[in-house]
Design a protein around this ligand. Sequence first.
Ligand SMILES: [Zn+2]
Length: 333
Amino acid sequence: MNWLLPDGSPFVGNAAAKALLSSRLDAGSFPHAILIEGPVGSGRRSLARLLAAAALCSEDQRPCGMCSACRKAFGGIHPDITELGGNGEARSFHIDVIRTLQEDAYILPNEASRRVFLLWDVENLTEQAQNALLKILEEPPAHVLFILTCEQRSLLLDTVLSRVFTVSLSGVSTEEALAVLQSRLPEKSPNELSRAVVLWGGIIGQALRGMEDGSYQEIVDILPTITAGITAPTELSLLLATAPLEKRKEAVPAVLSGLQLIFRDALLAKSGSTVFLGTCPAGSRALAQALTRPRLLALLSVIEDLQQARLRNMNHTLFITLLCARLRRAAGR
Ligand SMILES: [Zn+2]
């Protein structure tokens, strides 16, 4: 399997997922249905499109990127590749789309040896639609490859999961992500880009969006006020500092990573370190002075708990309230 994207750059990181898929493709035993699980911005659609091209390419090193099948696949005009779903709304992927798919899947390919159906964000399939999809996955026509994407496999029915070959994508190493960001945003300083990579946990798509839509700066600006609010005399400062997050649910993961770095810096500062990896050295120093080591460790474990709570799809307003209460309590305030 060839891991070059249509623009010639490599699909970086995620070695385990790539090795799994390569071994199946090279052995000629590509599954009938592949589920790509991972956070938004982790490259799920890029990978799905690469796999679709690989499935239709006739060369040895697939996808070669040069043959007619590859060029059509990369150009989004291959008649044997169909994309469905993906408007982002919960429960927006309806059963009528799956019913049409049921009929289309039996039509023979136009020019390739297979037909590929790319189903984006299948967690948005209604339960009824998932059950209809299950029927096709149980007895798929031999010429069909289904590639599904979702954020977390736990949002799908077990019966559907049992019929798909799942690979998981995650953030990539700082060096790998930084190289991609530098090539895409050469005008930004390497310092800013590496901070963005760390804040978004190596998830390239999110870091790119954060730099482009201004949310990187918003987060860098909000972190010092949240940090100061943790040890402020009353809880009000922290409530005010976190108020902007009420309407910015998508910024929360990066805010949590940012706080984690600030707390780690505070711990290191307590041992005399003057190197700061976070975005708020002054806040880290102030925390190191105000709090004991066990308190700083408690703050770090609050962040870990909150990261878990967020993955369980907790109500957002409740989450912000919990964030404030837990941070204050850990700091003994
Ligand atoms: Zn090709």
